[in-house]
Design a protein around this ligand. Structure first.
Ligand code: HEC
Ligand code: HEC
Ligand code: HEC
Ligand code: HEC
Ligand code: HEC
Ligand code: HEC
Length: 335
């Protein structure tokens, strides 16, 4: 201890070293002060932004062109604090300038048009990769369909900035519409199934299946692929999340009933016509659980039609009969 302090004082007695220390102190002080005078000290707190953006007297609505779709939209510049704080990024750890990074060094008033927020580069390159490089995205590209952006699927009710959490019920309902917007046929058949009917009634809790609960979120594969969430083995797990003990026969349940789809009957007719040329086609149709469902549906509708036809004919005949009777009575009254 003693010897150490001795050496330290000895060192400071050495004027060269002393000068060096003083100079380096001075330089670091300069750097410190200059960093204070730069804008970074005034890097805006959320409250600075909100001074204008919470106040309808300061900011109004604005007409803006979406940089991806080219759609003209009217957006309010007033930030809904309640929705923002309930959103996935509304916690204390997020700053407005994390996302609106072109305002990082600005202060107070700013130029009117900012860069669109980039979800991928700094924060979400992982989920972006599973989506952008996944087979679903490449299938879309093959079909010439423009890829939906992150903000398209992860949008808030009042503003795109309010990225909803996965358990946000409105968002769950919205996701069904988003998937359904590109998959109309499957959307319609989903709505003919119990899951789709319950969600159509407005119940979209985490315990009822939306498209993504069965098909997956970013990694969406064809149900025939063993790796798919609906592959023969994995389906038991996927359905099992909500139907404990789901077994081989349970997962054969028809999630997309086709009995109201004219195309289904057409393809069955074509297969029937080609029965000699391609017997495998009709076999696979007969084997599919879809067919049993369709037969039941047709039989049910048939029964209804026959019953009502009989009932209707009965009513019609008795009505005609009563008119005839009336006429006869009238005639005999006058005669
Ligand atoms: C002095 C008031 C004021 C402050 C402070 C302010 N803004 Fe703004 N901001 C505005 C006004 C006014 C507009 C609308 C501009 C227009 O009409 O084109 C706007 C527009 C915006 C837009 C939309 C830009 C676009 O391209 O359409 C964003 C995003 C934004 N502000 C974010 C912020 C953030 C983040 C902060 C804090 C770092 C902030 N603002 C601080 C007044 C302010
Ligand atoms: C997680 C990222 C994120 C954070 C944090 C964030 N925003 Fe945004 N903000 C967005 C996105 C995304 C948009 C939609 C426009 C776009 O794509 O650039 C947006 C749009 C806006 C707009 C334009 C209105 C609209 O609906 O398009 C304003 C104003 C705005 N933000 C202000 C703020 C303020 C103030 C804060 C801090 C309290 C903030 N933002 C925090 C991502 C964010
Ligand atoms: C076709 C719709 C769709 C698109 C496009 C999409 N996502 Fe998702 N993403 C989902 C769904 C559905 C979930 C499940 C949770 C939820 O609903 O919020 C999810 C979950 C997430 C999650 C949370 C779970 C995780 O994997 O960490 C993040 C982060 C995410 N997405 C980021 C992105 C980014 C970044 C992009 C753009 C490259 C993107 N998403 C594009 C539908 C989409
Ligand atoms: C922008 C349009 C678009 C959106 C949004 C979209 N898809 Fe697709 N999807 C496609 C296209 C295009 C294909 C290629 C096959 C086809 O034409 O049906 C496809 C294929 C699929 C397939 C079959 C994959 C295969 O390998 O055969 C499934 C399952 C699927 N999508 C489910 C979903 C789900 C679930 C969502 C919502 C999270 C969704 N899609 C959102 C356009 C879209
Ligand atoms: C209960 C689980 C479940 C739900 C919910 C569900 N699907 Fe499916 N989906 C399936 C199964 C199982 C198949 C394969 C058998 C078939 O075609 O009926 C399938 C097939 C598909 C296919 C054909 C490609 C393939 O992978 O076989 C598309 C596209 C598709 N679904 C889209 C959707 C969309 C869009 C929604 C929401 C509107 C949705 N699905 C909801 C279970 C589901
Ligand atoms: C996110 C949860 C969830 C997932 C995943 C899910 N279901 Fe369901 N399913 C429900 C709910 C909720 C009902 C209606 C309430 C009930 O079961 O009585 C239902 C009803 C059903 C019914 C009607 C008969 C019954 O038990 O009432 C069948 C059959 C069914 N689901 C099959 C499946 C199959 C097959 C899968 C997988 C491809 C699947 N479900 C995935 C939640 C789910």
């Amino acid at each position: 201890m003693v010897s150490l302090s001795k050496t330290t004082t000895e060192v400071f007695k050495d004027s060269k070293i002393c000068k060096l220390v003083i100079i380096s102190c001075f330089i670091s002080c300069l750097i410190f002060i200059s960093s204070f005078s730069s804008n970074s000290l005034f890097a805006q707190e959320n409250s600075d932004c909100m001074e204008c953006h919470a106040d309808p007297a300061e900011v109004a609505s604005k007409v803006r062109v979406d940089h991806v779709t080219g759609e003209v939209e009217i957006v309010t510049m007033v930030v809904d604090e309640e929705e923002y704080h309930a959103s996935a990024h509304g916690g204390e750890d997020f700053y407005c300038i994390d996302c609106h990074s072109d305002l990082e060094d600005s202060e107070g008033e700013h130029y009117p048009n900012l860069q669109p927020v980039d979800c991928v580069t700094f924060c979400h390159d992982d989920p972006a990769a599973t989506f952008l490089e996944g087979s679903h995205a490449s299938l879309m590209q093959e079909k010439g369909v423009q890829l939906p952006t992150c903000k398209y699927c992860h949008t808030g009710q009042k503003s795109k900035m309010n990225t909803p959490r996965a358990d946000n019920l409105e968002h769950r309902g919205d996701t069904i519409e988003k998937c359904g917007g590109c998959h109309e046929k499957y959307y319609r058949s989903y709505r003919n199934n119990l899951h789709g009917q319950v969600t159509a009634m407005g119940y979209v809790g985490l315990d009822i299946a939306t498209c993504v609960d069965c098909h997956g979120q970013h990694t969406i594969l064809n149900s025939a692929d063993p790796e798919s969430t609906l592959g023969p083995e994995k389906a038991k797990e996927t359905c099992g999340k909500c139907h404990p003990g789901a077994g081989n026969s349970f997962v054969k349940h028809v999630a997309h009933p086709a009995y109201k789809d004219v195309g289904y009957y057409k393809s069955a007719l074509i297969a029937l016509k080609n029965i000699r040329k391609d017997p495998a086609e009709i076999k696979s149709i007969v084997k599919s659980p879809q067919t049993l469902l369709t037969v039941l549906f047709v039989a049910y509708v048939g029964l209804l039609v026959v019953t009502f036809a009989q009932f209707g004919t009965h009513m019609l005949l008795s009505w005609l009969g009563s008119i005839l009777d009336d006429r006869k009575e009238n005639k005999s009254d006058h005669g």
